[in-house]
Write a protein that binds this ligand. Structure first.
Ligand code: DD3
Length: 331
């Protein structure tokens, strides 16, 4: 799956050296045996996971989101099959069991059983999970909201303050208390600096679905709405150094990258998404994503652009913020 995208993009242009460079990971992409790797000393913490409900699953995306209990605690577990990598094909063919399902003329189908280390399933655990985590993964209808600058001040901002969403995990990254070994680049400047690291949606095994986030060191910028021309040096710094780093490290040039901010973001600490252009990352649609280069241009043209403009974004039916827009008669 991963590969067909790359090939299709290069169709009719057999000389594309880029495809050779970007198609497969370079040596420095982890192969799943990184420092954090291996089983934890305590063994498999999921062995006593008890499923409560399946929140969502997708045959196409090959993932499933499960709500359940880990001992006494509520937990959400996400299982996802990852793309098949080209670099392990030889081992896959030679080292697997092959069970015939059917044979008909020149056609036959099999169940291939790869050795355990080629048969891994990406697993994300949120524990203890709150009601909000559980809701987040339930399939929900969503509604497009129109937010004026005044709506932001009178509806959205008070809601954000009241919720006081925890960004402890972000501070852990900035303070090197978590994921320090995953940092790809850091500019330590407290005003203009940021940390660039893989979003944990990305398993880093192929660049087809590359996904990194740049998290700023400054802690006083919640979202796009807080940005003014004062922040242009910060945004330009992220854009420039982020692109340079990704080219050096993954061989992916700016022309193959989608660099953007979410509005609304899923956490209120300024961060920028870097995703592979060929990968339709969740949340990269026009109703939520704002290209960083557009943001920079808009702030150059009008220093208060994001304070005054009406912004649109989708909210899920169960999102508390949607209720507030309804009450205010804005929906
Ligand atoms: C999150 C948005 C947030 C559940 C889930 C994800 N990348 C993260 C903690 C560490 C991370 C991320 C919240 C939370 Cl599944 C609730 O995402 C993270 N570390 N996106 C990285 N590298």
């Amino acid at each position: 799956m991963a590969d067909t995208t790359a090939k299709r993009e290069n169709d009719g242009d057999g000389t594309d050296s880029l495809s050779q460079k970007t198609k497969r990971p370079k040596g420095d992409i982890k192969n799943g045996q990184g420092e954090a790797g291996e089983e934890s000393a305590s063994g498999n913490i999921l062995s006593d996971f008890k499923t409560t409900t399946v929140l969502r699953d997708s045959a196409r995306e090959k993932n499933i989101f499960i709500h359940g209990k880990l001992g006494e605690q509520e937990a959400v577990v996400i299982l996802e099959k990852t793309p098949i990598r080209e670099d392990i094909l030889a081992e896959m063919f030679s080292g697997s069991r092959l069970k015939l399902e059917m044979k008909n003329d020149i056609y036959s189908t099999y169940q291939l059983q790869p050795p355990a280390h080629l048969n891994e399933i990406k697993t994300t655990v949120v524990c203890p999970a709150t009601e909000k985590h559980v809701k987040k993964y339930q399939r929900q209808e969503s509604f497009l909201v129109e937010e004026t600058g005044d709506d932001y001040q009178s509806i959205t901002l008070p809601y954000i303050h009241k919720q006081s969403f925890s960004v402890q995990w972000v501070y852990n990254i900035l303070e090197k208390k978590a994921e320090a070994d995953r940092i790809v680049y850091e500019d330590p400047d407290q005003e203009l600096g940021f940390v660039l690291l893989p979003d944990f949606k990305w398993d880093q095994k192929q660049i087809d679905d590359l996904y990194l986030i740049a998290i700023v060191h400054r802690r006083d910028i919640k979202s796009l709405r807080d940005l003014t021309s004062e922040h242009l040096p910060l945004l330009q710094n992220i854009h420039q150094k982020g692109k340079e780093t990704i080219l050096q490290r993954y061989g992916l040039p700016a022309s193959k990258l989608r660099v953007y901010l979410h509005y609304q973001p899923s956490y209120y600490h300024l961060h920028v998404h870097f995703t592979a252009l060929g990968y339709e990352a969740p949340g990269c649609g026009v109703e939520r994503a704002h290209l960083l280069s557009d943001v920079i241009q808009n702030l150059r043209a009008d220093p208060r652009y994001y304070k005054t403009r009406t912004l649109h974004f989708p909210l899920r039916a169960d999102d508390g913020l949607l209720g507030h827009f309804k009450e205010a008669g804005r929906l």
